[in-house]
Design a protein around this ligand. Structure first.
Ligand code: WT7
Length: 661
């Protein structure tokens, strides 16, 4: 098989020969210093994970480690614990109680710090509020918020009482929020009046109101809405349903006993895109997830009490769940949180934040790194970045030049760079350097972490020792997804059928080099990664065809210098051909882009809209995606307006047919 074109121009990975051993000073102080940590063999592996799990606080210790009925796993199933206790109560009564847990800066520059003791009180209050609203164990709560401390409080408050949170990124549309509320059957929504983004006040409450109305028309009635006051924008409150967060929380008791929950009690559902138009509700449970995120946050980020750790992800993504909230707080770290955009009010905002808050560990995405590179070296050079000691990358393949720039310009050639591979489904990082041990290579995620068994397989499922193929995870791991919410059959079919029911198929292409190191090559399915966000081509297609002017649509990715993937849409119109006038054509294309923005969210707006007379299909009726990718990237046809000519489409179709049918 040959994986799709990599999401970004990766350069010639085969010729990449630069090597960076861990700096001695870093290795000498690191939590993990030598390779003896990696357990060998299945028995040792399970014992190693059990030891990681025992580092948590259990209200009822577990005896069983793994129950594996492929593809359904249970970890530590007879134990009981609470996720919020790992992140809060465990640190109280230690010197950590009065250290900063969250250091927050809003986009307008407002600042707040919450110590572990204060965060604990806030979470208890919010948990009591949720209980008083009738939220019980297993009930789903949708969280649609800007990146402010209350968002973290809301997540942990759900965890405290055994409610299941489903966080929906604030950039998603009302319609997307409604779909998730309906699928999860969430009766309570936590939102904010608005959030700050590039100086604009993003109207979240309005979108939440619209989503509730839509959900109601699909039979799911949101009974209660809590609204955090963030931007102060006027928003109508619905009598009997809505309450202000600050009123409710201030009136609530700061004591709330944490529910003792079975290890397999659901912690959260997080929706992510797949190859159909319907996002999948990825279900994570308590004991295994907490074990995975706590252990990996410690190993990969080497978290110490004196660190100021900043992961730039929003809590609407899994990175925000695992490495803004649960992983670092379980380690008692100081977590820096910033609400806004990297280029507001100026393109050096991140560097000034690092300098002012003395950030020591910085974790961001390649798309951001490529934008920073483009903005120039002089911006970071204006700020004192000497507090940094470790850099991380996540979300998509990082091209060696971006990796080198990150290391040199941001890391001052002294900070190890950890390129961390994982997914919403994996819950925690699976493949990554361990910074005090691993020799890093620009562009390589290097090795599977301790306790993880990863491989590259060929089409027939045979291991590829050296060369490229399909990434696979050969053994279950504690933080793995348990199922797709309400759809175990889809879970089995999507992740556990490619190589049989006991091999996990992530959907990524990968290569192994002569040292056995992994190089991730991008998705091999119809999932795109524009600017580190995950979007299914089918989702964008179904949004497009819901527009009255669109008869049919096909969406593919094309390489984009900064975003990794750009979204290219090929559209067959109904009700007449595309307007002959170029200005009118451009307006129609914009209307279609806006429509996709309204249906899904801005992140899914197509970069290119090509109108065509016909969509090239194989004789069996499959859209010829390789042809479209070649056209989108300019490889097959310079001028896409000629796609309005059926003869051109037909000629191209014939040219590609042999390869694709
Ligand atoms: C997909 C998962 C994991 C948190 C953010 C994304 C791609 C992720 C890397 C990396 C190459 C990567 C994969 C994966 N991906 N990290 N270090 N190198 N590719 O989570 O939205 O679930 O997306 O992101 O293609 O399958 P997600």
């Amino acid at each position: 098989m040959s994986p799709n074109e990599p999401a970004n121009p990766l350069g010639d990975l085969l010729r990449e020969s630069r090597r960076f051993p861990p700096p001695e000073s870093f290795a000498a102080r690191a939590h993990v210093r030598d390779r003896t940590v990696w357990p060998e063999g299945e028995e040792a592996r399970l014992a190693w994970w059990a030891a990681r799990a025992r580092e948590l606080r259990w209200t009822k210790p577990f005896g069983r480690i793994l129950d594996w009925d492929p593809p359904f796993a249970q970890w530590f199933a007879d134990g009981e614990l609470n996720a919020s206790v790992q992140c809060l109560d465990r640190h109280l009564g230690t010197p950590r109680a009065h250290k900063a847990a969250l250091v927050f800066e809003g986009e307008p520059g407002d600042r707040r710090t919450l110590t572990y003791a204060q965060l604990h009180r806030e979470v208890c209050r919010a948990a009591n509020v949720l209980r008083a609203l009738g939220v019980g164990r297993g009930d789903r709560v949708a969280i649609y918020m800007p990146l402010v401390p209350e968002a973290v409080v809301a997540m942990l408050a759900c965890a405290r009482i055994g409610a299941v949170h489903t966080v929906v990124f604030g950039g998603f549309s009302a319609k997307s929020l409604a779909d998730r509320i309906v699928d999860a059957e969430a009766r309570v929504v936590v939102t904010a009046d608005g959030g700050w983004r590039r100086g604009h006040d993003v109207p979240l409450k309005e979108a939440a109101d619209e989503a509730c109305a839509l959900a109601s028309s699909h039979g799911v009635e949101v009974a209660r809405m809590l609204v955090v006051r963030r931007t102060g924008r006027a928003c109508p409150m619905q009598e009997g349903r809505d309450a202000w967060w600050h009123d409710a929380v201030a009136a609530a008791s700061p004591d709330c006993e944490a529910a003792s929950l079975p290890a397999e009690h659901p912690l959260f559902i997080l929706y992510t895109s797949g190859t159909t138009g319907k996002p999948k509700g990825i279900l994570h449970t308590t004991g295994g997830y907490m074990t995975g995120v706590a252990a990996t946050a410690r190993m990969v980020f080497d978290l110490k009490d004196e660190d100021v750790y900043w992961c730039t992800a929003d809590i609407g993504w899994v990175t925000g769940h695992s490495y803004v909230v649960y992983g670092p707080l379980a380690n008692g770290a100081t977590v820096f949180v910033y609400e806004g955009a990297p280029d507001f009010p100026a393109k050096d905002r991140f560097w000034s934040l690092i300098a002012e808050h003395r950030v020591t560990i910085f974790y961001t995405a390649p798309t951001a790194i490529r934008a920073f590179m483009r903005w120039g070296d002089d911006l970071p050079a204006r700020h004192d970045l000497s507090s940094l000691r470790l850099l991380g990358s996540v979300g998509e393949p990082i091209n060696p030049e971006a990796w080198m720039w990150y290391r040199r310009v941001i890391g001052g050639d002294r900070c190890p760079v950890v390129d961390t591979w994982w997914q919403t489904e994996t819950g925690a990082i699976l493949i990554s350097p361990v910074p005090g041990v691993t020799v890093t290579k620009p562009g390589s995620a290097t090795q599977a972490l301790p306790g993880i068994v990863a491989a590259v397989l060929d089409d027939a499922g045979r291991p590829v020792e050296r060369g490229s193929g399909i990434l696979a995870i050969l053994r279950p791991w504690p933080s793995m997804l348990r199922t797709i919410w309400k759809d175990p059959e889809r879970y089995r079919q999507v992740y556990w059928s490619r190589f049989g029911p006991s091999v996990y198929f992530p959907g990524d292409g990968a290569k192994r080099d002569e040292d056995g190191d992994f190089w991730l090559l991008g998705r091999i399915d119809d999932v795109l990664n524009p600017a580190g966000h995950r979007i299914g081509t089918a989702e964008v297609e179904s949004a497009l065809v819901s527009h009255p002017r669109v008869a049919e649509a096909a969406v593919v990715g094309r390489p984009h210098e900064i975003k990794g993937d750009a979204i290219a849409a090929f559209v067959l119109l109904r009700g007449g051909p595309p307007p002959a006038d170029a200005g009118e054509r451009a307006r129609l294309a914009d209307a279609l882009r806006d429509h996709v923005g309204d249906e899904i969210g801005k992140i899914a707006r197509p970069d290119d809209v090509h109108f065509c007379a016909d969509l090239p299909k194989t004789r069996s009726g499959k859209i010829m995606r390789r042809l479209l990718r070649d056209i989108a990237s300019g490889r097959a046809l310079g001028d896409t307006t000629t796609l309005a000519d059926p003869a051109v489409v037909d000629a191209l179709r014939r040219q590609y047919a042999a390869a694709e049918d």
